[in-house]
Design a protein around this ligand. Structure first.
Ligand SMILES: Cc1cc2nc3c(=O)[nH]c(=O)nc-3n(C[C@H](O)[C@H](O)[C@H](O)COP(=O)(O)OP(=O)(O)OC[C@H]3O[C@@H](n4cnc5c(N)ncnc54)[C@H](O)[C@@H]3O)c2cc1C
Ligand code: FES
Ligand code: FES
Length: 1307
């Protein structure tokens, strides 16, 4: 008889893997016949063998077993089994939060199970044994207290894709605290879920509304086990056990000895310990699918140990959230005050939901495996000189943390950490400098621990600890500096100089990883953090201006104010109300494309991507991929039945699949189709592609200019007056270059298409903003009539331009697969593929020469605009130059030369304000430059040059209605941008060397262009009950278009809104509609619906008159009985007399505080005054202003795409490196004011568009930061002009400050 070991379920004869069933077990012996060779075999079992686990979801119990693989996540289980399609996913790496669910996990302080929000994409399904999970479907959405309803009421759901995640996040927090939360707690927990639409303010307000009347936040709500009624011991499975899954073994030890035995039994095998599995979010090699054996630590009760007597022992099973809680509670004990410092840093690690899952021990092991990992936990534990209790080869050892990285951890376990009391004479600090306020890994972190004698000029009593993370693989301690400082007085400037000199020598950052911030930045920041620490130690004994360097920035609670006009007599027109779909979205009931149930026989497609950026394809060999069971088909360019082109004429041709050359890394080469998503995802890399003629890629605009990689004749030069002549005569000439980068749209729903073959073609659900061309692209590649393709779109989970033309390749690819197999196919781009394969916002650059009069009037502007189109200029951003290039300023002479550059990157595309956002930024940068050269205040200089009513723009538009001067002055008054505020900022800057404030006002003119647009609307009144269905040519993607058309319809027909429904947009009812974009779709669809309703009103007028006083439904039924046609269609195809229909105006004031030593900032306040005409729906329009502004903050301050300069591979391809704004990146005080009493005579129903214009004013934050930098540079006497390109990341801002260690003085 065999002894049952880790692989005990393999047949001893043929090694076939067997899944043990409980009924085959008797007295610890497993008996069975091998299903492969028929051999009868027996095993003695050392653990109980389970064939399934039990998980409870929304109160219903599910038994899951070997039908799932060991790498199945809770998210896949919930979605694939359709238990919860309200639970979404995007990144599958812990970075977006759309997948949050609530789970009851063991909480070792109360020894009860508590509710936590967790990322279901990271949780392995088989970790969930005995878990009680609540998904969005299990959450109350009806009652007054219901979180989904609250989120909707506060207008916190636009596209709605993030909304279930937002709800689950707060729901779990409330549940954990028994409803007793403070606003601060809510805001701190807001780091888990990205929202790309709302700008977070309404989400924060909605969630903080639960924080009112909190009785006692310390009173932790405790619960008993629902099963037993007893206090929880951490594991429902008292006994160790194991599961044999189809591809792996899942061991569940319940004691440390069992754990050690399991490790011993599996020695030499491909096994992995698992706790939270969040490490997989950082390092993909930890994916459970890469292991044969997984040993789940969650059930090991001893690992949750917390002991405070005599030393503090904290088990390795404590999640980071639990570690925080334990330390927070202990931080008031004498000699344990340093716990507060630990709490500060723990709260900055990852997101709150990741901290709920991930353990400190798992974090340390990531550092152990990857010494380059910028672990905040390791740095923190080094600073407090923790010790670790580890078990190595069955032997327990206690090692100081300083020995951990050199300890061989093979077959070892971290069991606990020990923390000692530290006398109050120790000064301990831990710092973290990163790209984004929340949820971003450190660029540099630092931990310092000094024993100080304050009475002796701050003498360092013993060897201190100075640790830095993020420097290099091998750098931990600044040992030489530590040694130098022993016995030295920190209060002596010479000590500081000596220490900085040594530190500078020993800090040698590794610069080999192009994804990291530069070595210079990391070194300078590390030096600055050491200086910060010294200032902090010295406290008030340093010169008053220098104390500002002693602490990082602290962000107060945020708030917002909104003001607007409404006309109650006209309601529902102009009525502030949330989106009609908001509650459905927030409660997970809204259906997005990937939530649509698969048709029988559905299969899954994925693109095979190139691994060269500029090469000829030599061969493609899919044999290996096709040999994988479940892989069905490979399609290459040669297999396309129609034309290999997704852009109908007159657009420039664009291939679906590269046929000859690949022109960027990650370009689509083929399509693979398989029976499941998992199979296709793992098979794509098995398609072998070889290349010849590999050429170096062109990746930057400068390189493209050098190599003359230019698309010819893409746009015309613009000439107004004689710019060269005017500049030559001008008293002052200013010349410069400014740049702004690209931006990934980060629509939370990635590109997706489902194609179902029908008897006459295909039914298509596609995430497109342009149904018409989506239909056309599919028809072109299949070589069939457009009428064979029926496209339907109900809603998009965010778009922002990414789904205009960039969706076509996905739609066409899906259709090719469906056509080839004659089966339904789903093609949902993996988030990382979406980031790499799909084009983004056009990067821009401008070379300018400006002529100015001596008193500061613009006289001539000569501009060469470069835009980086990627490999194809099909969307040519230069077409938008005329919208924004003058922004709000008059200049009589212009010469504009547009240049479209070709680089080896994906074809770029429209992104919210594609032309105006960069060109307004460029114009504003020019204004800054000119003001500096003239020695003028930039705001005064701007106001001096603002347009006057009646002047003509370079786009030849006479400004008959222009309120930019009044509006800017009104903003200045409303925001109290008075002499007083300016002098407050100036005195703050004088008083503080290392913190600086900056202010900036950016006015804006934004041309709204209707010409060439067309949208159809169809309104049908149903004869039997008078309810109304609408279909319109726009695509609801969060902007509230459906709500606005319902408002218009209700107001025009005189009926209540709740009997009106908007149906999905489709290629039949609203055929030939143009793309949704350019901010105009809502207003034009409203007009189309208005026209339909007017026509219907005329048709029913006679009956209505005859039946005066009767109910609407009776009137309609009578019309129906009289054969009156109750449906109306309208084709809206406006033609503006001018180049633009009208202009939107606005002005924004931004105030920031800059932490000079690190380059980090806080946006203290934003006041925006925006002319929205008579807003159709102020609540929705304010949502657009806030959302656009915050997306712009991401563009101007945070978001950076990097490429490997050699290969052309995009390095920033996930949430780990690419950072969009989170809730604490928005203005602390965010005020949006819609201009009152401003009806727009040229708009629909007197309103103005607002989807894009407010984004263009977010560059005011960049300029405010620039002014703060200037204030610092004045102090160090380097106040020269400098260009601040976008994005002005923490790194760039820090570098602009021109800090060097000689400035680190204490008096
Ligand atoms: C989105 C995101 C953001 C993050 N941001 C930060 C950040 O800002 N700063 C930072 O420092 N970290 C950050 N992290 C890392 C995070 O802290 C770790 O992923 C987490 O702490 C790992 O714990 P875990 O329990 O999930 O480990 P797992 O993922 O389960 O395991 C990770 C590794 O540790 C091993 N392991 C786990 N427990 C033990 C044990 N007791 N003994 C021996 N080996 C063990 C496993 O075998 C595995 O190799 C982030 C992670 C994510 C996903
Ligand atoms: S899908 Fe889980 S965090 Fe993004
Ligand atoms: S509403 Fe949050 S991502 Fe769209």
């Amino acid at each position: 008889m065999e002894e049952k070991k880790a692989n005990s379920l393999s047949c001893p004869v043929c090694s076939a893997l067997h899944i043990p069933q409980k009924q085959n077990l008797k007295n610890g012996i497993f008996m069975g016949t091998c299903q492969s060779c028929g051999h009868f075999f027996k095993f003695r079992c050392s653990n109980s063998v389970e064939s399934s686990i039990t998980i409870t979801v929304n109160g219903k119990s599910y038994s899951v077993g070997s039908e799932y693989s060991g790498s199945t996540t809770l998210n896949s289980f919930l979605r694939d089994s359709r238990i919860s399609t309200g639970t979404k996913y995007m990144c599958k790496e812990g970075g977006c939060g759309t997948c949050l669910v609530q789970a009851k996990l063991y909480e070792p302080i109360t020894m009860e199970k508590q509710s936590y929000a967790v990322n279901s994409c990271l949780v392995p399904l088989f970790s969930c044994d005995g878990w009680e999970v609540t998904t969005i479907e299990g959450v109350d959405s009806i009652s007054v207290q219901a979180v989904p309803k609250r989120l909707a009421q506060y207008n916190g759901s636009q596209c709605g894709f993030c909304s279930p995640g937002q709800v689950m996040n707060i729901h779990a927090l409330l549940d954990y605290h028994g409803g007793a939360v403070t606003k601060q707690m809510v805001e701190d927990a807001s780091d888990s879920v990205i929202c790309r639409c709302t700008g977070f303010r309404p989400i924060l307000d909605a969630m903080k509304s639960f924080a009112e009347d909190v009785p006692d936040i310390e009173d932790v709500h405790t619960k008993r086990c629902d099963r037993t009624g007893q206090t929880c011991t951490g594991s429902c499975h008292k006994q160790s056990s194991q599961l044999a899954l189809k591809d792996a073994q899942w061991f569940k030890p319940s004691t440390v000895p069992d754990l050690i035995k399991m490790i011993k039994d599996n020695k030499g095998r491909n096994y992995r310990l698992v706790f939270g599995n969040t490490g997989f979010g950082v390092y993909k090699e930890l994916d459970p699918k890469n292991f044969d054996v997984l040993i789940d630590l969650r059930g090991v009760t001893e690992l949750y140990g917390i002991d405070f007597d005599p030393t503090i022992v904290l088990g390795s099973g404590l999640s980071l959230s639990q570690l925080y809680d334990v330390l927070y509670r202990g931080s008031n004990e004498p000699q344990f005050g340093y716990f507060k410092e630990m709490c500060k840093i723990i709260s900055k690690v990852a997101t709150s939901s990741v901290r709920n899952l991930g353990t400190w021990a798992g974090n340390l092991m990531l550092k152990h495996k990857h010494p380059e990992f910028q672990s905040d936990i390791y740095t923190m534990l080094e600073a407090v000189r923790a010790q670790l209790n580890i078990v190595v080869n069955g032997e327990t050892r206690v090692i100081p943390i300083s020995e951990f990285l050199s300890q061989d951890m093979t077959d070892s376990v971290i069991v606990a950490m020990f923390l000692n009391s530290i006398p109050d004479s120790h000064h301990i600090r831990v710092y973290k400098v990163n790209k984004r306020t929340q949820s971003a890994h450190s660029d540099v972190n630092a931990g310092m621990n000094f024993d100080i004698d304050v009475t002796q000029n701050f003498r360092v009593k013993s060897q201190p600890t100075i640790v830095f993370g993020g420097i290099s693989k091998s750098f931990v301690h600044a040992t030489k500096t530590e040694e130098y400082l022993v016995g030295k007085a920190l209060g002596d400037q010479n000590t500081l100089i000596g220490a900085l000199t040594i530190l500078s020598q020993e800090l040698i950052p590794d610069d080999s990883d192009q994804n990291l911030t530069s070595a210079d930045f990391r070194k300078s920041v590390a030096m600055g953090l050491f200086y910060r620490f010294v200032l902090d130690v010295l406290g008030n004994s340093v010169g008053p201006a220098f104390t500002s360097g002693s602490t990082p920035l602290t962000r107060p609670l945020s708030s917002g104010r909104q003001t607007y006009d409404t006309q109650p007599l006209e309601w529902p027109l102009t009525q502030p109300m949330t989106k009609v779909e908001a509650v459905n979205q927030a409660s997970g009931r809204a259906v997005y494309i990937n939530d649509i149930a698969g048709q029988p026989g559905e299969c899954y497609a994925a693109f095979v991507l190139s691994t060269e950026a500029n090469a000829k394809i030599q061969s493609i060999d899919p044999t290996e991929a096709l040999a994988i069971p479940g892989v069905l088909k490979f399609i290459a360019a040669k297999d396309i039945p129609g034309s290999n082109n997704i852009s109908p004429p007159p657009l420039q041709t664009e291939e679906v699949l590269a046929s000859d050359r690949v022109e960027y890394y990650d370009q689509a080469i083929g399509i693979l189709v398989a029976e499941s998503q998992t199979i296709v995802d793992s098979a794509v890399s098995k398609v072998k592609v070889t290349y010849t003629d590999v050429q170096p890629p062109i990746l930057t605009m400068e390189d493209a200019i050098d190599k003359q990689s230019i698309f010819p004749k893409v746009a015309d030069e613009i000439k107004v007056g004689d710019a060269e002549g005017a500049i030559a005569k001008s008293a002052v000439k200013v010349t410069g270059r400014i740049k702004c980068g690209t931006q990934y749209h980060m629509a939370m729903e990635t590109q997706i298409t489902i194609c179902n073959p029908t008897e006459d073609g295909f039914d298509v659900y596609s995430s497109t903003q342009w149904v018409d061309v989506c239909q056309k692209s599919i028809a072109m590649v299949l070589g069939i009539p457009d009428s064979s393709i029926s496209v339907s779109v109900r809603r998009l989970g965010g778009a922002y331009g990414s789904k205009i033309s960039r969706n076509f390749i996905v739609a066409a690819g899906c259709a090719l697969a469906s056509n080839a197999l004659k089966r339904p196919v789903r093609l949902c781009l993996d988030f990382h593929v979406n980031m790499k394969m799909v084009g983004k916002r056009f990067p821009w650059m401008a070379d300018y020469t400006i002529g100015l009069s001596s008193d500061g009037m613009l006289e001539g502007i000569k501009l060469t605009y470069y835009t980086d189109c990627g490999i194809n200029s099909v969307e040519n951003g230069l077409a938008g130059v005329a919208i924004g290039m003058d922004n709000a300023y008059y200049c009589p002479n212009w010469h504009v030369i547009p240049v479209a550059l070709k680089t080896n990157t994906a074809t770029n595309t429209a992104c919210r304000s594609p032309g105006s956002c960069p060109t307004i930024f460029i114009m504003e940068s020019i204004m800054e430059h000119c003001a500096k050269m003239l020695g003028k205040d930039p705001t005064d200089f701007r106001i001096q040059n603002l347009y006057q009513k009646g002047q003509v723009t370079p786009a030849k538009m006479p400004l008959t209605y222009c309120n930019i001067r009044e509006l800017t002055n009104q903003l200045k008054n409303a925001a109290q941008l008075t002499f007083q505020l300016l002098s407050l900022v100036s005195s703050f800057n004088q008083a503080n060397r290392w913190k600086k404030k900056g202010l900036s006002v950016v006015p804006m003119k934004f041309g709204i262009d209707w010409t060439g647009a067309n949208y159809t609307a169809l309104v049908a009144i149903h004869g039997y009950d008078g309810s109304v269905s609408i279909s319109h040519g726009g695509i609801e993607s969060g902007q509230g278009i459906n709500t606005k058309v319902i408002q218009v319809c209700a107001a025009t027909l005189g009926i209540p809104m709740d009997i009106i429904r908007v149906k999905p947009t489709d290629s039949l009812s609203t055929a030939n509609s143009v793309t949704t974009g350019g901010s105009i779709t809502s207003e034009l669809c409203c007009n189309a619906v208005l026209q339909c309703c007017d026509a219907l009103n005329k048709r029913i007028a006679l009956v209505k008159q005859k039946m005066a006083g009767k109910a609407w439904k009776d009137i309609i039924f009578q019309c129906f009985s009289e054969n009156i046609d109750l449906s109306e269609r309208y084709w809206e195809a406006p033609n503006s007399p001018n180049v633009f229909q009208y202009n939107s105006y606005g002005a924004t004031l931004t105030e920031v505080t800059l932490d000079v030593l690190t380059g980090q900032h806080i946006i203290d306040r934003v006041d925006m005054l925006f002319d929205c005409g008579d807003s159709m729906n102020p609540e929705i329009d304010i949502g657009q202003c806030e959302g656009a502004f915050v997306m712009g903050l991401g563009y101007f301050l945070l978001e950076e795409i990097k490429y490997d300069q050699k290969t052309g591979q995009q390095l920033t391809d996930g949430t780990w490196e690419y950072k969009v704004p989170l809730a604490k990146d928005i203005p602390v005080d965010f005020r949006i004011n819609l201009l009152k009493n401003a009806p727009n005579p040229l708009g629909i129903l007197r309103a103005k568009a607002c989807g894009e214009p407010p984004l263009c004013m977010s560059c005011s934050a960049l300029f405010a930061i620039k002014h703060a930098v200037e204030a610092f540079r004045r102090d160090i006497e380097k106040d020269t002009y400098f260009a601040l390109d976008a994005p002005a990341t923490v790194e760039k801002v820090h570098q602009a400050c021109m800090i060097d260690a000689s400035q680190f003085i204490i008096q």
